[in-house]
Design a protein around this ligand. Structure first.
Ligand SMILES: NC(=O)c1ccc[n+]([C@@H]2O[C@H](COP(=O)([O-])OP(=O)(O)OC[C@H]3O[C@@H](n4cnc5c(N)ncnc54)[C@H](O)[C@@H]3O)[C@@H](O)[C@H]2O)c1
Length: 329
């Protein structure tokens, strides 16, 4: 800690890491002072963004005693080893979703965090979306009633997104197309966000079945349609896909008192520009910033951040179950 500001290290400054870097530079009570990435151009870009401590390996970053906490935004197959090393080095961790490739690895990370008394939070920005948070309050206050059904849709281009935006790495990083490295396709990538969100709203999932789509004839699913049953009795249709350039994130909640629909859509170019000009951040990325701010605040006030490692493990267990319970109509 320097001048009451937590010193953060960013491990992996690719797609989502860039977003963390941008947001980290806006924080008042923390600063990103170190970046580790194996890609030289990524480190060069971080240098132009004012980062002084640049490392070609995360092992070197973790040796820096001034770093209080790390954000791990590495390809998913590296989450396990990196999180274990970070925990052993005594750094608090914000770990990107999905927690790890396997349930065993997730348990390792949770135990390492406990053993080293460090804080571990999973990166799930939807939990910081003000509309979803209002829905949580409305549900608790009984305004929606008993929820019979939820329809959750999260469709976008995934790794097939148009890469000329200066934000997404081009060409598409190879690991996204190798399930040994990514853990799976659209269900793993997008489904874990929805599963995590729905668990926050409706409790634990007791059963799930899934039909998968292979529009691009890859060896991983580019879409999944799941039916999940919650402890509350609520039934959810979870529809995720990597097949559309148009982004759609939407929740339709059908309750015994009233129904509600919530969407989270990218703003139109003009209003995004206005939001950037007036607030330095677009409404679309605000939950992502709030997530990082919350993590930092928890470290300052010595509170356990949430979603926890256990949340990440439970999400992964549901995903594994969905892959096992494959149906074909
Ligand atoms: N929370 C979200 O909304 C969100 C969004 C996108 C991705 N993610 C997750 O974040 C993670 C990263 O995804 P991405 O799209 O940013 O990937 P990416 O490939 O764009 O970025 C990964 C970065 O890690 C670097 N890297 C690779 N191996 C490394 C190593 N051994 N040491 C140091 N750096 C290394 C790469 O050079 C690259 O810059 C994934 O687990 C993904 O699921 C989360």
């Amino acid at each position: 800690m320097e001048n009451n500001k937590l010193q953060l290290g960013l491990i992996g400054a690719g797609g989502v890491g860039q977003l963390h870097l941008k947001h980290g530079l806006m924080l008042k009570n923390a600063q990103i002072t170190a970046v580790a990435d194996t890609a030289k151009p990524v480190l060069e870009r971080a240098k132009t963004q004012g980062i002084k401590n640049l490392y070609p390996t995360y092992t070197e970053l973790l040796k820096n005693p001034k770093i209080d906490a790390v954000i791990i935004a590495l390809p998913t197959h590296l989450h396990h080893t990196c999180a274990l090393q970070a925990a052993e080095a005594g750094k608090d961790i914000l770990l990107e979703k999905p927690i790890t490739l396997t349930i065993k690895e997730a348990n390792d990370v949770i135990l390492a965090a406990q053993r080293n008394s460090i804080k571990l939070m999973l990166g799930y920005p939807m939990r910081f979306n003000k509309h979803f948070l209002k829905l949580k309050t409305d549900l608790a206050d009984g305004l929606i009633g008993d929820v019979e059904n939820v329809h959750a849709t999260y469709v976008c281009a995934g790794p097939f997104v148009h890469r000329d935006d200066g934000h997404s790495p081009a060409p598409v990083p190879d690991w996204w197309f190798n399930t040994q490295l990514s853990g799976g396709g659209a269900l793993t990538d997008l489904g874990c966000h929805i599963i995590n969100l729905l668990r926050m709203l409706f409790g634990e999932i007791v059963d799930i079945k899934a039909q998968f789509g292979y529009r691009y004839s890859m060896d991983f699913e580019d879409s999944a349609m799941c039916l999940a049953r919650f402890t509350s009795g609520t039934l959810a249709a979870i529809n995720v896909g990597w097949y559309a350039q148009q982004y759609l994130l939407r929740l339709d909640v059908l309750g015994s008192v009233q129904h509600t629909s919530i969407g989270h859509m990218p703003p139109k170019t003009l209003s995004a520009a206005y939001q950037m000009f007036t607030q330095g951040i677009s409404e679309f990325n605000k939950p992502h910033f709030d997530e990082l701010q919350y993590f930092v605040n928890c470290l300052h006030t010595d509170q356990e951040p949430s979603p926890t490692g256990l949340d990440g493990l439970k999400d992964l267990e549901v995903i594994v179950k969905a892959y096992e319970n494959k149906i074909t109509l």
